[in-house]
Design a protein around this ligand. Sequence first.
Ligand code: ATP
Ligand code: MG
Length: 348
Amino acid sequence: MIFSNKKISYFGLDISDLSFKLAAVINKKNIFELVNYNKANVPPGYFENGKIIKLQESSNLIKELVNSAYGPKIKTKFVHACLPEKQTFIKIIYLPHVSETEIPSAIDWAAEHHLPFSLDEIYFDYHILENKKNDKEIPVVIGAAPKEIVDDYTKMIKLAGFVPLSLEIEALAIARAIYPKEKMLEQAQAIVDLGANRSSLIICAQDAVQFSLSLPISGNKITQVISQTLKISPRQAEAAKIICGLDEKKCKGGIKIILEKELDNLANEINTGLKYYQENIAKSTTIEKLLLTGGGANMIQLNKILSEKVGLPTEVADISTNIKISKNLNLPTEQLLSLTTAIGLAIK
Ligand SMILES: Nc1ncnc2c1ncn2[C@@H]1O[C@H](COP(=O)(O)OP(=O)(O)OP(=O)(O)O)[C@@H](O)[C@H]1O
Ligand SMILES: [Mg+2]
């Protein structure tokens, strides 16, 4: 058992350019209970495209995030954190059927050929997917991140006084938060994570993340388009986005009309990603549905509009699949979607 005496053993830390988020759970009879959470806005200039610019200031912010977290005082030093999505890479590749002892060298060879980096500049890890002896090829998921990024994130966490147990590719944490533990996905599913600064498409099958792709939309971009079109302040535009969403009955359907081009772009990019996966990675696999997560998934009727535009059943992900929220935490439900990554790290 990972947890004992109802104390947290570690916390999850979602690090992104504009925000840090924390989640921690205790394990009560195999049910995770969320007992701590927090969010801190990262001032502009601390990070750029996932790279740390202000190391000391960023590590101070981690300390503050932990010290001011909602819930009981956090005493553990251990943390599972994530790496910036834009700087990491995840892909399924197929190896020829080699003997077990030859797999590591076959993976080195494949990584050299399939990853867009030189092997001495990256750390990479792999996971062999279920395959039958008579299959011609062995499917392997490879994840990679630049050494410079991993080493800098490690330095920042240590400088804050914590011990990083792992630095994980964000898509893996998101999938862990969303899907029930130990229940194999029967068909492939896609997740769209809509953040403030960036968004991504993640495709999961056989209990593994098989592919991820950055998408050309973000919550901030949507707010900016509303602000510029209606000539209102970003604060008013954010309020209009949250209150009206894409509901045609609210604000005379104005926000939906303003965002038509962004939504078409988003749907096109999702479809391009799904098609690429189906044609080049897992040939002719059917994608069963699309799940939305991240704060942007709270947008009223976004699931309905994307379902129409992408042509797949689309639902808002249920983050309470693996956790229940402690009664002592007054966590507004709409904030749960923003905590997806941190929760996925906390239940590792
Ligand atoms: N009800 C809502 N309708 C529309 N957008 C919303 C709603 N609630 C939150 N958002 C948007 O969600 C975004 C924040 O999402 P999230 O917390 O997942 O981002 P983040 O993880 O901090 O950013 P990133 O992952 O891009 O670094 C903001 O752009 C916010 O405007
Ligand atoms: Mg995020």
